[in-house]
Design a protein around this ligand. Structure first.
Ligand SMILES: [Fe+2]
Ligand SMILES: [Fe+2]
Length: 382
């Protein structure tokens, strides 16, 4: 079994990181947060400017959408801790450093834009929001898995995809053009971040397959969104789930299954026993995750009674609707077909291994796009 320490792995990943950074810079599109905020709806607040204090009656968005936006915003606010955690693993030099700084600059826009939107539209109590930001950022954030590079890469790949889905579904649920446009724009950023980390994970899988599958499995099994340390996170997550913005079904169908399939983790062959055991654990987790999603589906009617009108799922654009994903089955005991040797990913033109071809339409949706989807704001301006 090939083992590799973090310093060696970092060095071996460097050429692909350089190429993926170049690809990201070619693919990503500059955008300007101030253009996405409906400033004309705003007015001065009380305090030094002597304006009008915030009043709960001014919050027009549905409560679950406000919950989702606040959780998303406070999660983005903790960027200094994420930067620190990632730098701790990959350093600040060479292509890794170029990526970390560029990624940080892009992420920083998200909190600025979301806070400006919520403040200008008087959607939330700005004093409570600022007090919560102080508490949350003062608490900081650390990865809660082991301290390896492979675990860190696995976590950010899962987190970026989950965050993308959460932003996108929040935008669809808010049914307010400016908010929908802003969240679609942010989700497009998160999509490209996910693509970067997923492809680095794919390369790490080539370099150390057994260790990567073990790390990814352990991260996925214990995964928690980075905002989980927020006060009242559980209750908010419940309301967000009841509104169909993010729930166990969505996590399973739109995060867990697409990533596992895209990386080909269950089909990977010719593994040493440690890798085969990790693969079996991953298969078991997928079954557990599917069961959890099924239980949540059965719980929906009860949630509808507890949150009247709150179980309506966000409307999906027809071309982006996610079809039901067939359940991923854990191989039966003794069935080693899923480990059969098969050719590794073919080298792409850039010298980096490309991902296996998508096996599900969702994977195509997750792939890099030369031009991320235009927001409604952009469409209205043209
Ligand atoms: Fe972000
Ligand atoms: Fe991101």
């Amino acid at each position: 079994m090939k083992t590799i320490g973090d310093p060696g792995l970092l060095r071996e990943l460097e050429p692909c990181v350089a190429r993926y950074v170049d690809r990201h810079l070619r693919t990503s599109r500059m955008w300007f947060p101030h253009q996405y905020v409906p400033w004309s709806t705003g007015s001065d607040f009380d305090g030094p400017l002597g304006g009008e204090p915030w009043d709960p009656g001014q919050a027009a968005l549905p409560a679950a959408v406000r919950d989702a936006m606040v959780v998303n915003l406070l999660t983005e606010d903790n960027l200094p801790s994420y930067h620190l955690e990632i730098v701790r693993h990959v350093g600040r030099d060479g292509p890794w450093g170029t990526w970390v700084h560029r990624w940080t600059a892009e992420e920083d826009r998200h909190s600025h834009a979301l806070r400006a939107y919520l403040t200008a539209t008087r959607s939330v109590d700005p004093i409570a929001l600022e007090e919560e930001r102080m508490r949350h950022v003062s608490t900081g954030f650390r990865f809660d898995h082991d301290d390896s590079l492979l675990s860190a890469l696995s976590y950010v790949a899962v987190q970026e995809l989950a965050t993308r889905v959460a932003h996108r579904n929040t935008g669809r649920a808010c049914r307010e053009p400016a908010g929908a446009g802003l969240l679609a724009r942010i989700a497009a950023d998160e999509n490209l971040h996910m693509v970067f980390y997923r492809d680095v994970c794919s390369q790490a899988l080539e370099l150390a397959p057994e260790a990567f599958i073990r790390a990814f499995t352990d991260v996925l099994t214990s995964f928690r969104m980075p905002g989980h340390t927020l006060r009242g996170y559980g209750a908010r997550a419940g309301r967000i789930a009841a509104f169909g913005i993010f729930d166990p079904r969505i996590h399973h169908d739109q995060v867990v299954v697409p990533l596992v399939r895209s990386l080909g983790l269950l089909e990977r062959g010719a593994l040493h026993p440690e890798g085969a055991r990790a693969q079996d654990d991953l298969g078991r987790h997928l079954e557990d995750s599917a069961d959890r999603a099924d239980r949540f589906d059965r719980l929906r009617p009860r949630l509808a009674r507890r949150h009247p009108g709150g179980t309506e799922r966000p409307a999906a654009a027809p071309e982006q609707a996610f079809p039901t994903i067939p359940r991923v089955r854990r191989p039966a005991p003794g069935d080693t077909a899923h480990r059969a040797a098969r050719p590794g990913p073919a080298a792409a033109d850039d010298g980096c291994p490309s991902l296996p071809p998508p096996v599900h339409p969702l994977d195509r949706d997750n792939g890099p796009r030369p031009h991320p989807p235009e927001s409604e704001n952009d469409a209205r301006r043209t």
